[in-house]
Design a protein around this ligand. Structure first.
Ligand code: ATP
Ligand code: MG
Length: 753
């Protein structure tokens, strides 16, 4: 790459260019939002391949979502003008599933293992808690589940926890019981829960150095995007993959190591590691993400080079200034100096609705205006803090005939009818899975009651059979003729489906497409017809969902011909928050702020910018909670390229209770002049009219960055205090008569002041 222009470095600034061409053992790229971190990763991979420093198969790139992975692969292909086959670009979870599927037998699992989503593992925990009578001690599937998840993210298993717990605490001992049983049941079901995927891979590498050696050797370049959100388990995985292959393992490698691969000590040196991240965008502490991973990178990976990127290419200066001002209120951070050559751009638009419907109406109208002005719907995104905020927004978008989709919120695969159908497919791939099996027995109802189910389950366990085998031998049990008939015909259906799924190589018969399998199951069980026959619109919707599932499967068959059932099940279980199977062309995207990470849109609406929502009530009482919410706000703001809207409602119904909402402290942190209030908080409940002009005037005394730290400290009392602009006009609000709830909330507010 020396001398002469390099098309892969062209158009990059000097720091970006250095980040692409640096070739040390470890590289850390730290930079603010929109500074080209992801772009640099992509160029770096293309650069390595184009310069023949690495084969595509020697590269492992980790992204935060499957969607980001697909985009990155596409970009690399675009840069190289060729398909980068053999390269792994995936999330932590998908990479681990691939490894586990290949190596499952090494530790007593079958390659067809099921991946339990949180609903499945809650179902399993529910049984366990009931069996152990643990509910009387206050255990619920939810609280036990999240504790187990937290421990697994720390790579702590039940035994490990037992070793450190307070043994005199009966509740703790009971928890260990639950945890242990849960582990055993998962293993018996040939299933992994979501956290296992990473933890078990780490475990596998640690207990089988020969297996680890294969991957340590294969991946010569490991690149991780969004490194600030890795948790301990993910960090450990990276650690395992970036160890040198020891000489005694080198001897066993197939194919054998070439001389050039070895260092002086006869080892294969460690893979080079590149991580990019922004500690200001760390928003997954609740899932065990550990900012220290990025802070301590240099210590962990000796010889690491650090590159900082400071030019933002995404947003206008106004948007960037707002983001910088907000994040500047987090005191425990390194000061960054993010700038843009874009120019100021439009001012940020602020709006306060009377209610969430009024807020939604404003959003819909503005989207229409933007669209009329030439913006594509797909250039627009609407963010919110919690999923419950979508309903009002959806209603107004539907009414305005604006095409939209909800990312991560549809929970298509969590719907009962979809889970029913998927249970059949799961059971075909993994006939040992009790959760899937128990589900399909009753879907649709076929007269197999809990007694019969328990009978079969005991029989299965005693004889070490799969559930499918147990059903085939149900004649040996004392069932009445009707129940027996039901069981037998279900068993026959599963036999037929399993044969189709496996294909018959001897008779040259390929495994059936997943769409055909699903069609067989739906036809034979008459699931769709039964729903349609009920003539209930909700059941109609369920029938449509099932038809949609067939369409999804058919699409999968076309996209990945011959990939088979297991690949389909894997894909479905890995569909993560930011992933949707359909594409986003021509629709407005609705999503939570968490899902928005890494994405960018020309126009962004952040809704519900209120105390209690953003920052979320739950975070306010937690140590560091508000700082994390502030980072979330920073992530949200920095998604916008040209237009940013901050909206709120002065009253909001939560669980049917209407309460007065206070503007978020984060709004206070944005310099006044950056926001053009279309309708201010003061106007809404107050006199309206004249204030809107005053709001745009600069804040009196203590404004600008000098006032920042003060406001951060006493932000809970700063509404309406000091100066002439912004929410200070709130005093008008309290002088107006208001009814019921609203009055009392206003009174409270006055007291706080
Ligand atoms: P985030 O922190 O949000 O993940 P990021 O640092 O990964 O952001 P990118 O998404 O890589 O940033 O880049 C932001 C935008 O800036 C993209 O549209 C990208 O194409 C563009 N960009 C980055 N670097 C350059 C450059 N040197 N010239 C032109 N455009 C650039
Ligand atoms: Mg990025």
């Amino acid at each position: 790459s020396e001398g002469g222009p390099d098309p892969l470095l062209d158009g990059l600034n000097p720091s970006q260019s250095r980040a692409v061409s640096a070739r040390g053992p470890a590289l850390l790229i730290v930079a603010g939002a929109g500074s080209g971190k992801t772009r640099v990763l992509t160029h770096r991979i293309a650069h390595l391949i184009r310069n023949r420093e690495a084969w595509p198969s020697q590269i492992l790139a980790i992204t935060f979502t499957n969607k980001a992975a697909a985009e990155m692969r596409e970009r690399i292909d675009g840069l190289l003008g060729a398909a980068s086959e053999g390269m792994w670009v995936s999330t932590f979870h998908s990479a681990c599933v691939r490894i586990l599927r290949r190596e499952a037998e090494r530790f007593g699992y079958v390659a067809g293992f099921t991946i339990y989503d949180s609903a499945d593992s809650r179902a399993l925990l529910k049984r366990i808690i009931k069996e152990l009578d643990a509910d009387t001690y206050g255990f619920t599937p939810a609280n036990a589940g999240s504790k187990i998840s937290r421990l697994k993210n720390e790579l702590t298993d039940a035994d490990g926890y037992a070793a450190t717990m307070n043994a005199s605490d009966p509740r703790d001992r009971l928890f260990v019981e639950i945890f242990k049983t849960y582990e055993q049941e998962l293993r018996r079901a040939n299933a992994f829960d979501f956290d296992d995927l990473i933890g078990q891979t780490v475990q596998l590498f640690r207990s089988h150095p020969d297996v680890a050696a294969v991957y340590q050797r294969r991946f010569r370049h490991i690149l991780v995007d969004e490194y600030q959100d890795t948790n301990h388990a993910q960090y450990s995985l990276i650690r395992e993959l970036t160890r040198p292959v020891q000489a005694e393992q080198v001897e066993r490698l197939v194919p054998p190591a070439r001389a050039g691969e070895l260092d002086a000590a006869g080892r294969i040196p460690a893979a080079s590691l590149t991580v990019v991240g922004d500690s200001d965008q760390s928003i997954y502490a609740f899932r065990g993400a550990d900012i220290r991973n990025i802070v301590e990178f240099e210590r962990d990976f000796s010889g690491a080079e650090v590159v900082k990127l400071e030019q933002n290419y995404r947003s206008t200066q106004n948007i960037l200034s707002a983001a910088n001002a907000v994040i500047g209120n987090n005191f425990d951070r390194q000061e960054k100096n993010l700038w843009t050559a874009e120019g100021d751009g439009e001012r940020i638009v602020g709006f306060t609705g009377y209610s969430q419907h009024d807020e939604a109406r404003f959003v819909a109208e503005e989207v229409e205006d933007l669209h009329r002005a030439g913006l594509a719907y797909s250039d627009v995104a609407v963010f919110y803090r919690t999923n419950s905020q979508t309903r009002a927004l959806e209603e107004l978008l539907i009414r305005s005939a604006i095409p939209y989709r909800v990312l991560g919120g549809t929970k298509f695969y969590e719907r009962a009818e979809i889970k029913d159908a998927m249970a059949y497919l799961t059971s075909i791939a993994n006939p040992y899975d009790p959760i899937a099996w128990s589900r399909l027995l009753g879907a649709p109802k076929r007269g197999i009651g809990p007694m019969a189910e328990a009978h079969l389950a005991n029989f299965q366990e005693e004889h070490g059979l799969s559930f499918h085998e147990a059903m085939l031998r149900s004649g040996e049990l004392a069932f009445g003729p009707k129940v027996l008939g039901s069981i037998q015909s279900l068993a026959e259906l599963l036999t037929r489906a399993a044969k189709m799924a496996a294909g018959d190589p001897e008779h040259d018969q390929a495994p059936a497409p997943v769409g055909d399998l699903l069609k067989l199951i739906l036809d034979e069980t008459e699931m769709v017809e039964k729903l349609r026959a009920k003539r209930d619109p909700q059941d109609d919707a369920r029938a449509e969902n099932l038809e949609e599932l067939v369409a999804v499967a058919r699409e999968f068959d076309v996209k990945q011909p011959g990939a088979g059932l297991l690949a389909f099940l894997t894909e479905v279980s890995l569909v993560a928050a930011a992933d949707d199977l359909d594409d986003s062309s021509g629709t407005v995207s609705l999503m939570t702020m968490h899902t928005a990470k890494g994405l960018e849109f020309k126009a962004v609406f952040i809704t519900g910018v209120e105390e209690g929502l953003l920052p979320h009530q739950m975070s306010v009482d937690e140590v560091g909670g508000v700082n994390e919410e502030r980072r979330l706000m920073y992530v949200g703001i920095t998604r916008a390229r040209e237009r940013l809207y901050l909206t709120l409602a002065s009253t909001r119904a939560v669980f049917g209770d209407v309460s007065v909402a206070m503007p978020s402290r984060f709004l206070q942190e944005i310099p006044e002049g950056l926001i053009d209030w279309r309708q201010s908080p003061g106007e809404v409940t107050g006199r309206g009219g004249t204030e809107s002009r005053a709001l745009n005037a600069p804040r009196g005394g203590g404004s600008g960055s000098a006032g920042r730290s003060r406001r951060a400290v006493d932000s809970n009392v700063s509404f309406g205090s000091g100066g002439s602009g912004g929410f200070s006009s709130g005093s008008a609000a309290v002088s107006e008569p208001a009814s019921g709830n609203m009055q009392s909330a206003l009174d409270k507010w006055r007291e706080r002041k």
